[in-house]
Ligand binder design. Structure first.
Ligand SMILES: Nc1nc2c(ncn2[C@@H]2O[C@H](COP(=O)(O)OP(=O)(O)OP(=O)(O)O)[C@@H](O)[C@H]2O)c(=O)[nH]1
Ligand SMILES: [Mg+2]
Length: 311
């Protein structure tokens, strides 16, 4: 497979066209995935109000007349409690290390604190240019914004600060233009008609995981993995995509919690996922969800590989 991170030779005609990789760092829940989805104008990434939603490196491709920006959604830094979280932390540093520019995102409504400083310490060592993105300004009053911005004085970087609302798409155009000033002149890395390099089947798995996260109580989401077992694309008159997905849990006792009383959680997750995947594909979808136990999978290297969470 071609190494997408390898820079292509710049030809004469590509001069002044800018392209590059931009990784978004920040503690969990600050709105990294929401920002990328809203820049693309298409929901590709799972988002939720629960911690630790993003698990994989996903390239999301923004194109306009003079640039291609490849946004890389990376998980928030986590306490290395399991092999999964340890591997995710390594992934974050590797991904950020490959980027031309880093965005360090903060949630200004909940306030800047030790979690943010921790992330900043990690990415600072990579010696990459960094833009500070202060998110969720729609949720914070003027006073709060001023107060939080003062906290940034302790960082050794003061100039590139942009206030945005990823959810309400406020100041996103300003952010895009600022990003371009940091990118090298380069030919695009991807064709201009694709939004992401992950297959649609993986997006479907992420949609199912996202719906489960929102329906489940706080701790459970971290212990589920979703794998698409069957994905039959719509063909001919029927115009129906058939999907069968397996939800893996790490303990036997979690199985009944995922299924819910008389199957209501699983049923609701199935319905919500179906509606969103139908919108994504533009055709009817049939979904079957199965729950299986894979004891302690978050601690097991072989399982992490199988679920595509490590190479
Ligand atoms: N009010 C408001 N909420 C936002 C904004 N951006 C994101 N959110 C919400 O914040 C929550 C977390 O968003 P995510 O995009 O999943 O956060 P993340 O940084 O990707 O989180 P991890 O993947 O866990 O690292 C979701 O409920 C979003 O709807 C914003 O600009 N304003
Ligand atoms: Mg995320």
């Amino acid at each position: 497979m071609q190494d997408i991170n390898k820079k292509k030779r710049i030809s004469e005609k590509d001069k002044e066209f800018k392209a590059g990789f931009v990784a978004i760092a920040g503690r969990t829940n600050v709105g990294k995935s929401t920002l990328i989805n809203n820049i693309l104008g298409q929901k590709i990434l799972a988002t939720s109000s629960k911690a630790q939603t993003t698990r994989k490196r996903v390239n999301c491709i923004y194109n306009d007349y003079n640039s291609q920006i490849v946004f890389v959604d990376i998980p928030g830094f986590l306490k290395p409690k399991t092999l999964l979280t340890e591997k995710l932390n390594n992934l974050i540093l590797r991904t950020a290390g490959d980027a031309d520019l880093l965005l360090m995102m903060f949630d200004i409504s909940s306030g800047i604190g030790s979690g943010d400083f921790f992330v900043y310490e990690k990415i600072k060592s990579l010696n990459k240019p960094i833009i500070f993105v202060l998110n969720k300004i729609d949720k914070a009053g003027k006073e709060k914004i001023i107060q939080e911005k003062e906290k940034l004085n302790v960082f050794d970087l003061k100039k590139d600060v942009i206030e945005v609302s990823a959810l309400r798409k406020k100041n996103i155009d300003i952010l895009i233009e600022r990003i371009k000033t940091f990118l090298p002149e380069s030919a695009p890395y991807f064709p201009d008609d694709i939004l992401t390099d992950i297959p649609v089947k993986e997006i479907a798995a992420e949609i199912i995981r996202e719906k489960l996260i929102s329906l489940l109580s706080e701790e459970l989401p971290h212990t589920i993995a979703v794998e698409i077992d069957k994905f039959e694309e719509a063909e001919g008159k029927k115009n129906l995509t058939k999907i069968s997905a397996i939800i893996y849990v790490s303990k036997k006792s979690h199985k009944s919690m995922i299924i819910g009383k008389s199957g209501h959680i699983l049923k609701e997750a199935g319905t919500q996922s179906r509606l969103e995947i139908e919108e994504l594909l533009g055709n009817k979808v049939f979904i079957e969800l199965w729950v299986k136990v894979r004891e302690n999978w978050t601690m097991n290297e072989k399982d992490l590989k199988e679920f595509g969470l490590i190479n």
